[in-house]
Design a protein around this ligand. Structure first.
Ligand code: BYC
Length: 479
């Protein structure tokens, strides 16, 4: 096994804490992938950002005090590298058929294909999100927001590196081919789309962006947490470290939407009306439109958990490849041989909860954790409405609303959870999902604001800035 450190070696062409200098073959393979990555970043990464000095955090160690080291970085000279959480040499597999056996430091031959598939699926989402967001710099509401966009983009790029490292280090030639493919599929590409649905949807404006970072990055949190339990130790340690970075991405979404809500409440006061038309005329996003954006982004993200009843998921769990959320803290046999789990299903035109073998329901269980967690932001945004004495309340739609994956795909379900006819769906969907007109209106608000201390009129400034700096600090210098 390679010697691994908590400190990251920045003297290397590829910064790392996995002793790349001691493995020349691997280093050479990764160094030959690197120019393709940079080319991809130049073509499909954040538009027209070259030469900007951006106040970014870069990990210098995987210790608690080392992963958020702040300073100005000239784009695109960010040092993408390979960082794994510190090893626990006694780590044991905590679930499935191999529970109690030492964690694997190499890929077990019999699980090679499903493991590679999991890593590729995870890896595919990272560059996809950068592609989805690549034009947002042109309409940023403030320098603070522009900086956060770039921070998230460089970290998603690093998360791609994390998966590419695993493919190169552990999967030989087919791993190298998969790593190439990660740069060849593109979000929304008709011929070579990204693997998962949500990553082919456009992120056309900043409201969508905050929704994406709140709802879709939260899928990332749960999927990474499940992979951080993996019996394949390098994957577990990679995901553990990725999770530390993920929290900021969801923070950007949660506080971003909160700031939009705040501004809308202020405008309601200014125009003395809660009428969506008046709110729009006042230059803010009406709450009804925000609810439709919530409905869309929640549902495409809920799709990312896969089928409710999944033999794939059961195999991943049995094999010790992918666990449940906080697996080791759960109080059960961690094998799920006899246990049951209540699963939402559609039967005879009605939505029912039915007990199924817990082993086949691990996707749904992870989705349950996700749905509960997603409610937290809704409650916080409603807190803003309450503090302004506005009666409107945001809600999460029913998990079967607008689904394309799982048992309710192809069935029309209202946000309240009623199974409805196709004609009813057609009549109502404009009230439930963002219409072309909503998108055009939100798009019309998106003007680039980069003057120091200024912010777009449709969003309130953040309560605080980054790394103890004021919110109106010069986070991006254009030169
Ligand atoms: N779109 O048995 P099932 C992140 C396919 S986000 C398209 O349920 P499984 C991030 C499925 O592949 C986290 N296809 O499958 C966030 C399967 O295909 P086959 C990303 C879908 O494997 C923001 C079939 O349907 N990480 O990190 O149990 C910014 C049967 O389904 C979808 C992961 O997802 C879909 N939504 O579950 C940046 C973790 N859902 O076998 C980054 C790795 C299902 O019939 N992936 N299918 O050809 C997994 O664990 C699993 O692949 C899934 C699917 C949970 C996604």
């Amino acid at each position: 096994m390679a010697i691994e450190h908590s400190n990251i070696d920045y003297s290397e062409r590829i910064p790392n804490n996995v002793d790349l200098s001691g493995n020349r073959r691997l280093r050479r393979a990764l160094e030959s992938w690197q120019p393709n990555y940079i080319k991809w970043w130049q073509e499909l990464g954040p538009d027209r950002s070259t030469g900007f000095d951006v106040y970014l955090r870069t990990a210098i160690s995987v210790e608690r005090d080392g992963w958020a080291n702040f300073g100005f970085v000239k784009m695109p000279e960010y040092r993408w590298g390979i960082f794994l959480a510190k090893p626990d040499l006694d780590r044991k597999i905590t679930f499935g058929d191999h529970k109690g056996e030492p964690a694997w430091q190499d890929v077990p031959g019999e699980y090679r294909a499903p493991l590679r598939r999991l890593i590729v699926t995870q890896g595919d989402t990272e560059p996809a999100s950068v592609e989805q967001q690549n034009h947002l710099g042109a309409t940023c509401p403030s320098l603070y927001d522009l900086r956060n966009l770039f921070q998230i983009n460089v970290e998603e790029g690093r998360h791609l590196w994390a998966m590419v490292y695993l493919l190169h280090a552990y999967f030989g030639r087919d791993g190298r081919e998969e790593a190439e493919m990660l740069l060849e599929r593109h979000s929304g590409d008709a011929d070579k789309p990204r693997i998962l649905g949500a990553f082919n949807e456009p992120t056309p404006d900043w409201l969508s962006y905050y929704m994406f970072t709140y709802f879709t990055d939260r899928d990332g949190k749960y999927q990474l947490a499940a992979l951080a339990e993996s019996g394949f130790d390098p994957l577990a340690r990679t995901c553990q470290f990725m999770l530390t970075e993920e929290a900021h991405h969801m923070f950007v979404g949660e506080t971003g939407i909160m700031r939009v809500v705040q501004r809308t409440c202020e405008v309601m006061k200014e125009v003395r009306s809660e009428d969506p038309k008046r709110v729009r005329e006042g230059g803010a996003v009406d709450l009804e439109t925000m609810q439709r954006y919530i409905n869309l982004h929640f549902t495409v993200s809920v799709d990312l958990f896969g089928q409710e009843i999944s033999t794939n998921a059961a195999t991943y769990f049995n094999s010790g490849l992918k666990g449940r959320y906080l697996e080791s803290r759960l109080d059960d046999d961690h094998r799920l041989t006899d246990s049951l789990w209540p699963v939402h299903l559609v039967q005879d035109g009605r939505i029912v909860l039915e007990d199924w073998p817990a082993l086949t329901a691990v996707n749904e269980r992870l989705r349950d954790d996700y749905v509960k967690d997603s409610q937290r932001g809704i409650d916080r945004w409603n807190g803003v409405l309450e503090s302004h004495a506005v009666d409107f309340r945001f809600t999460l739609p029913h998990r079967f609303f607008n689904r394309h994956i799982g048992t309710s795909a192809g069935i029309n379900v209202s946000p309240h959870g009623e199974v409805i006819s196709e004609s009813e769906w057609q009549a109502q969907q404009g009230a439930w999902l963002p219409s072309a007109e909503d998108q055009a209106f939100v798009g019309s608000l998106m003007n680039r604001v980069t003057e120091l201390g200024k912010i777009a009129a449709w969003i309130a400034p953040p309560v605080r800035g980054i790394d103890g700096k004021p919110w109106d600090y010069e986070y991006v210098r254009f030169n």
